[in-house]
Design a protein around this ligand. Structure first.
Ligand SMILES: [Zn+2]
Length: 277
C-alpha cells in the first residue's frame, strides 16, 4: 500500500475562486495563498490539486468583510475535507454496496482492478461515509452554521454531481461554498431538468425557512443544472466552475491554433488564461 506522498509525476491542477469579485464590496480579488494543496486519488487519475485563496483588494480600506478568503467551491467538491480519496471513490463504494449489493471484498477487488490503490479497511470506512453523506441531516445541522452563514451575508450554493460509473445514478450534493455546510444530497437516476428542479426546490424551501439569502450558485456546466437554476433562482448569479469552463473553451482553440494548443497542453491548468487575473 503506497501512501499519497509517494506518488510521483502526477499532474497538478490549480483551482481558483469561481467569482472574480468580492461578494461584499464588489472589489477585485487578488491571489493570497493556497487554502489547501493535496494529492487526490480519484477513480480516473491521481493528481495534485491546489485550491488557491484570493482576497479582496479593498480589505485595507472599505471592504465590510476584509477577512474573507475566496476559494474554489468546485475544488472543495472533489474530495471531502481531510480526505485524500476523491468523492467519486466514496460514491463508487457506496453505490456498489447499496445499489449493487457487493461485499466490501468485492468492491476492494473492483477498485484494485481499476488501479485505485486502497485498503479494504478504507473501503469499509467509505461504506459508512456514503451513508452519512446521503443522510445529511438538513435543518437541524444547518442551524449550527446559521451564525457563520449570516455573517457571510448568505450562502453560495455549490452543486456537485458525482457519477463514478456511466449508467449509474449521479449523487448530487448541495452545499454552501462559503461555510462548507451541506444542505442536501440525493442520488438520482435521471438527470433531467425536472428532477433537478424538484431537489433545488427542497434547498430553496430550506433557505426560506431559515431566512438565509442566496448570493450565487456555482456548478459545472451540466445543461440540466443550468436550466434548473434559471428556473428556480432566475435572479441569482450562476457561475460555472472555471475548470469546466476552461476545458470547454480550450476545445475550439485546439482545433484552430495548434501552436497555442501545444502551449496549453504543455503546462497544467495554471498556464491557461485564468492566471492573467
Ligand atoms: Zn471586499
Amino acid at each position: 500500500m503506497r501512501t499519497a506522498k509517494e506518488f510521483k509525476n502526477i499532474p497538478s491542477y490549480h483551482y481558483y475562486p469561481e467569482t472574480d469579485r468580492c461578494l461584499h464590496c464588489g472589489g477585485e480579488l487578488e491571489r493570497s495563498h493556497p487554502v489547501w494543496s493535496k494529492t487526490v486519488i480519484g477513480l480516473e487519475e491521481i493528481a495534485k490539486i491546489t485550491n488557491w485563496g484570493y482576497r479582496c483588494v479593498n480589505r485595507a480600506t472599505d471592504c465590510p468583510k476584509p477577512d474573507h478568503v475566496y476559494r474554489s467551491a468546485m475544488a472543495d467538491g472533489l474530495a471531502l475535507k481531510g480526505y485524500n480519496y476523491g468523492l467519486d471513490v466514496v460514491v463508487f463504494v457506496g453505490q456498489q454496496r447499496f445499489d449493487e449489493h457487493r461485499t466490501v471484498g468485492e468492491i476492494h477487488q473492483a477498485l484494485q482492478k481499476q488501479e485505485v490503490p486502497i485498503s479494504e479497511r478504507r473501503v469499509t470506512d467509505y461504506v459508512g461515509d456514503y451513508e452519512v453523506l446521503l443522510k445529511c441531516a438538513q435543518g437541524a445541522k444547518l442551524s449550527g452554521y446559521r451564525e457563520t452563514i449570516l455573517n457571510n451575508g448568505g450562502i453560495v450554493l455549490a452543486i456537485d454531481g458525482v457519477q463514478p460509473q456511466k449508467g449509474k445514478p449521479i449523487l448530487y450534493i448541495f452545499r454552501d461554498a462559503l461555510s462548507g455546510a451541506r444542505l442536501h444530497a440525493v442520488s438520482l437516476w435521471h438527470q433531467d431538468t425536472d428532477s433537478l428542479v424538484v431537489e433545488m426546490k427542497v434547498v430553496d424551501r430550506l433557505l426560506q425557512e431559515l431566512s438565509i439569502p442566496l448570493l450565487g450558485v456555482v456548478s459545472d456546466s451540466q445543461h440540466a443544472i443550468q436550466l434548473g437554476v434559471a428556473q428556480v433562482w432566475p435572479d441569482v448569479l450562476h457561475q460555472l466552475c472555471h475548470l469546466h469552463f476552461l476545458k470547454a473553451v480550450q476545445k475550439p482553440v485546439y482545433d484552430e491554433d495548434s501552436s497555442l494548443s501545444k502551449e496549453l497542453k504543455k503546462g497544467d491548468v495554471e498556464s491557461a488564461p485564468l492566471s492573467a487575473r
